[in-house]
Design a binder for this molecule. Structure first.
Ligand code: ADP
Ligand code: MG
Length: 326
């Protein structure tokens, strides 16, 4: 492992070019200008080897997942990514090859999302690889999408498809066997989330409440219930599933519960007034991102899974459950 400053110069300084306030990562701190009429939306997420990823996962994908889970949080608030900071604790003995691959993954997403790395800290640790990324986004004050904005009568929508990542993890762990092509698709959805950075800011003015789905739809919706003081009904039959997930469920119906409760989707779930249906359809078509109405906001305090007729589904060994707001 090179010394700290050699590492910063080699891996990180190139990712700060184009952002004058980063001062080429040669000073103690970065300078951030916030354009008039905007405010900073700030989020951080940490990942620890053995907890959030496997120590032998590809280093470029570890870096990219770290970036993407943070950009997903910004997107869910309607914020446009602006810059990020990385605190990295690399285990003693981390090889140059590993570090270069980690840097390459970071570089790929700095470019893909046009979000420079403007600072951070680099240390060595006797413990496991520990990474923390802070992402800065910009939004119009007062128009950010919050979990607290939902009201009864609104529709519940979600972007993309749900459950791919949870099934992908099962495939990677060897507890689910599917055809090779489906396995590759599902594993990719787990390893390389696609944060809805373009969609998020476009939902401002359309959505009333929003959050990203990171811990599983059922549980995450409980947070909107609590923050907004509402209940939510989810029509399970409407959940958007990829062809690969659909095929897996055809062979084992119990996997549908995984798609409701599994995590790592990094889609945006939102509520919108019923008058927004047409605009949602137009936005979906324009961006090429599926937006599916999967339920509605009702008076109450918790999440209920319902069938096509609006009847609450009973708890069952398959995992259907009433998710509480608590
Ligand atoms: P300090 O001595 O205050 O800890 P450093 O000398 O470690 O600061 O950092 C020098 C510069 O390199 C700073 O601009 C810092 O933000 C940047 N930097 C250090 N580690 C990282 C990293 N992992 N990612 C991005 N920038 C980093
Ligand atoms: Mg300093």
């Amino acid at each position: 492992m090179p010394d700290e400053f050699g590492l910063i110069a080699r891996l990180f300084v190139p990712l700060a070019t184009g952002y004058p306030g980063a001062l080429g990562l040669t000073d103690d701190a970065a300078l951030v200008d916030v354009p008039p009429g905007r405010r900073l939306v700030v989020t951080a997420d940490a990942m620890v080897a053995g907890v959030h990823f496997l120590p032998d996962d590809p280093p470029d994908l570890i870096a990219r997942k770290l970036v993407r889970v943070n950009l997903s949080d910004l997107a869910a608030k309607g914020a446009v990514p602006h810059a990020m900071l990385l605190c990295a604790a690399f285990p003693h003995g981390t090889t140059d090859d590993w570090l270069d691959r980690f840097g390459a993954g970071l570089a790929a997403d700095v470019a893909a999302f046009a979000v420079p790395l403007i600072g951070g800290d680099t240390v060595a640790t006797p413990g496991p690889l520990t990474l923390s990324l802070t992402a800065l986004g910009l939004a119009e004050p007062g128009r950010e999408l919050l979990r607290s904005g939902a009201a009864p009568g609104e529709g519940l929508w979600v972007s993309g498809t749900l459950g791919d990542s949870a099934l992908g993890l099962m495939v990677l762990q060897g507890s689910l066997t599917v055809p090779d092509e489906d396995a590759a698709f599902l594993a990719d959805r787990y390893r390389l989330p696609q944060p809805r950075t373009t969609l998020g800011p476009r939902l401002i003015g359309l959505a009333r409440a929003a959050m990203d789905v990171s811990d599983g739809l059922g549980g995450d919706l409980g947070h909107i219930c609590k923050a907004s003081g509402v209940g939510i009904e989810v029509e399970v039959e409407r959940l958007p599933l990829s062809p690969a997930a659909r095929r897996a469920i055809t062979t084992d119906a119990g996997l549908l519960a995984k798609c409701v409760s599994g995590g790592d989707d990094y889609e945006i779930v939102l509520t919108a007034p019923s008058g927004a249906d047409q605009a949602m359809g137009a936005l979906s078509a324009e961006l090429g991102v599926a937006l599916t109405r999967i339920g509605r906001v009702v008076p109450g305090t918790s999440v209920t899974l319902v069938d096509g007729q609006g009847r609450a589904l009973p708890d069952s060994p398959r995992g259907y459950r009433h998710f509480t707001g608590g």
